[in-house]
Design a protein around this ligand. Structure first.
Ligand code: 5IU
Length: 473
């Protein structure tokens, strides 16, 4: 089949049946547009439906590997049906209205976890409808890597989807469609120029809120963040393939350095409590930072600042420890109010970060859901300062550019005698959304801490790769 000839035939048919119209229109979101697409009319033209499915097959999906097709409701459903029949692959259907039906399944059809589903859509503008369908399929444990589209309006949808790991193949971009219509004298040069101009100026907003942060790989999230430490930490995790943070709660500087020397290559972050070190010297910090450089990890001082802004700025950058000088990031309570973040924002230089405490792992702690919510809101005002949250639950925050640091982790769930509660790697990563996992005594008190660090690193990384592959139980 001569594809360019057939594409031209399709463009002209779409124009003829009024699936594409030119004039002054207003989109669903209230934006003025000189071009309008309504592919719902294709159901009245079987020859156009046939041509679309032939072209999608030949141009886009012949080479693709997939187990199911799923059309984005509703316009793409008949096309998905035709492709299912042509490729002899089963179809899945997504219900849009599950919320109001409560118990009904979001995805209809038979499937197994880990199978690949190809998405079919008519038009993408922001890509948000495709993302909604992708999110529902991934929740069911299906893999979604590719969407085939009839028309890409070139208003940001492709970039949004690609940044969510959904690769796009389209029959036409808007520019290509316009050029065909111009060539065949269907529209005037002026109309063509108006549309191209409009495309340049009107880009769809990025639908950030619809992304499930825990399904995005660290390297993608590195691209989204405004905090330089979060960017470095995401990148270190992706390159070293470890999301393990070692909490070195030891009181002797030599013991700390010995341990870090042994496990440095297996961790992305080392967490200190500098005020428990009994033989602190500036040289200890020099050596710790040398190890950080050598093994490519960052240093978090778990200081949990909790005073008024003025005092915290002094605690942070003055005194014996001069934390601002060496710690890449620090932990901070939201309890005193926004002043604490203002203070740190003013005294921290640009390559520093803050983990804000939104929840704690200890039994009977006094943090309430309202406190957690207010903490997350407070952080949103300081995107350049905030690296992420110390928290325990996936639902605590949505923003994929921030990091969830979760302490209270050991290989078996248990408790210590002072109220610490331990969850397993599976639980904190797959269920609770942890990105960086803090392990202290699980490694520090082991007979062979180095070997134990490797066990933790491998277990934690396996859970993470399972999570981003979408194969959840
Ligand atoms: N830590 C917690 N829970 C929390 C917060 C911090 O355990 O909610 I906020 C710190 C305390 C300790 C480390 O330094 O994380 C956990 O050490 P163990 O894995 O040894 O319990």
């Amino acid at each position: 089949m001569d594809i360019s000839h057939k594409l031209e035939e399709l463009a002209l048919s779409l124009y003829r049946i009024d699936a594409v119209k030119f004039g002054d229109f207003v989109t669903k979101s209230g934006i003025k547009t000189p071009v309008y697409f309504d592919l719902r009319v294709i159901v009245s033209y079987p020859e156009v439906m046939e041509l679309i499915s032939l072209l999608l097959y030949d141009h886009a999906i012949k080479e693709s590997k997939f187990d199911h097709v799923c059309g984005v409701p509703y316009t793409a459903l008949p096309i998905a049906t035709l492709l299912s029949v042509k490729t002899k692959k089963s179809m899945l259907m997504r219900r849009k209205e599950t919320k109001s039906y409560g118990t009904k399944k979001a995805i209809e059809g038979h499937y197994k976890q880990g199978e690949i589903c190809l998405i079919i859509e008519d038009v993408i503008t922001s890509g948000s409808s495709v993302m909604e369908t992708v999110a529902d399929l991934k929740k069911e444990g299906l893999k979604v890597e590719e969407a085939v589209i009839i028309l890409d309006r070139e208003q940001g949808g492709r970039q949004n989807l690609e940044s969510n790991n959904v690769h796009i193949k389209s029959l036409f971009t808007m520019t290509e469609l316009i050029n065909i219509l111009l060539k065949n004298n269907k529209i005037s040069k002026q109309t063509g120029a108006d549309v191209i101009n409009y495309l340049k100026n009107v880009q769809a907003p990025v639908p950030v809120a619809e992304v499930d942060r825990t399904l995005l790989p660290y390297e993608k999230r590195a691209e989204l963040t405004s905090n330089s430490i979060a960017k470095r930490l995401f990148t270190i995790m992706a390159t070293k393939k470890t999301n393990l943070c070692l909490s070195v709660d030891l009181t002797s500087s030599t013991k700390i350095l010995d341990l870090v020397q042994k496990v440095g290559e297996h961790v992305c972050l080392v967490k200190t409590h500098i005020d428990i070190v009994e033989d602190y010297t500036d040289n200890f910090i020099v050596q710790l930072k040398e190890l950080a450089q050598k093994f490519n990890f960052l240093v978090l001082e778990d200081r949990k600042y909790a005073d008024i802004g003025h005092t915290v700025s002094l605690q942070y950058s003055k005194g014996l420890y001069n934390v601002a000088d060496w710690a890449d990031c620090v932990t901070v309570h939201s309890l005193p109010g926004e002043g604490i973040l203002k203070a740190l924002n003013d005294s921290a230089h640009s390559s520093r970060g803050v983990f804000l405490l939104a929840e704690m792992s200890s039994e009977g702690n006094l943090i309430t859901p309202d406190y957690t919510e207010a903490t997350v809101k407070m952080a949103a005002k300081y995107p350049e300062l905030i690296t992420g949250f110390v928290c325990q639950k996936k639902s605590t925050f949505k923003d994929p550019s921030l990091i969830q640091l979760t302490p209270g982790v050991q290989l078996e769930s248990s408790k210590d005698e002072l109220g610490q509660v331990y969850n397993t790697p599976e639980k904190v990563i797959l269920e609770n959304g942890a990105d960086v996992i803090v392990v202290g005594r699980g490694i520090v008190s082991a007979k062979n801490p180095e070997a134990q660090a490797v066990v933790y690193k491998d277990t934690l990384w396996k859970c993470y790769t399972k999570r981003v592959s979408g194969k959840l139980e």
